[in-house]
Design a protein around this ligand. Sequence first.
Ligand code: IYR
Length: 222
Amino acid sequence: MNDRYPFLPLEFAEQDSTEMLAAAKSFYQHVKQRRTVREFSDRPVPREIINNALLAAGTAPSGANMQPWHFVVVSNPTVKQQIRSAAEQEEVEFYTRRASQEWLDALAPLGTDEHKPFLETAPYLIVIFLKKFSFDQHGKRFKNYYTAESVGIATGIMITALHTAGLATLTHTPSPMKFLNKILGRPSTERPFLILVAGYPEDNATVPDISKFPLDEIASFI
Ligand code: IYR
């Protein structure tokens, strides 16, 4: 039997309701400024900003607190070049053969194609792996639970942390992504989840004129 954790008093600083509403509104105003960027500058970014975004992501809730993620931060130009080359090979397949016409039609307004220069230009590629298993100190293997949910939440926190620090990001998912295990030397028990491209946007970067659904479309109150 596993021992129970000791339980500690929760540190919870209650705010008054005016502050609560102001905080909720201000977070929304801040987070709605985030845009997915595809044109990155090669301007360097301090590693400590990335480290803190990783630590923030690591606070995410996860199934049985297994923390089923591993983040590989790639800044080495040779490794970035290898990732770009492998990703573009998969993307050529995707755009010419693999994707259905329906999928291509859905992507057409975004203007994406198989060329992924940002994989070399941006200072950091944070490659997020989902760990299907954990291992104890004797190498005994344990299944992790709710891995996609857990890693998705951690990724969301990381994106928000980087946005809050003043950086742009792109969630990039070349498909399939198995090549990332090979290039980055990760075990086959880990599944590449996505590549988070992070850096400053290029000076004249543009973004598509898209909007988000209103509250009454994304939520119902019963
Ligand atoms: N992985 C491809 C295709 C792609 C798919 C979706 I869904 C997007 O929102 C964007 C792109 C690519 O990166 O081009």
